[in-house]
Design a protein around this ligand. Structure first.
Ligand code: 5GP
Ligand code: ZN
Length: 113
């Protein structure tokens, strides 16, 4: 399948992994927008949040579990961090394999005016 993140999961594209379970992988974003910027993805290819079904419930929960663990690992859980999921074109999604951005390590700017 022509999906960058599926290739990262199978190992044919290298990445800096920071967290991995049977169902979830997290790795550093190649173009970090903050001192900590990791991408958390399900190993199952789900294109966007619009494609999530009820049976994906457990894996969605695991993405958030991963976020908590990574924030702790990076030592930013107390200071705080931001989770972002871009959906489709207007949302700014570029890679069509579901992912949550975990951003932190500095005081982030306001997202809304
Ligand atoms: P989106 O805009 O789809 O929400 O975010 C896609 C993210 O994937 C971007 O922040 C981009 O920097 C990151 N990205 C794109 N290609 C690669 C890659 O090959 N490796 C890694 N580690 N990150 C990537
Ligand atoms: Zn994929």
């Amino acid at each position: 399948m022509d999906c960058i993140f599926c290739k990262i999961i199978e190992g044919s594209i290298p990445s800096t992994k920071v967290y991995e379970t049977e169902t979830v992988l997290a790795f550093k974003d190649i173009q970090p927008a903050a001192p900590v910027h990791t991408l958390i993805i399900p190993k199952k290819h789900i294109p966007t949040m619009n494609d999530v079904t009820a049976e994906d419930g457990p894996v969605i929960a695991e993405l958030f579990e991963a976020a908590r663990e990574i924030a702790k690992q990076e030592g930013i859980d107390e200071a705080g961090y931001r989770l972002i999921n871009n959906v489709n074109s207007d949302g700014g999604q570029v890679v069509y394999h579901l992912h949550i951005h975990l951003l932190g390590g500095e005081k982030l700017g306001a997202l809304l005016p």
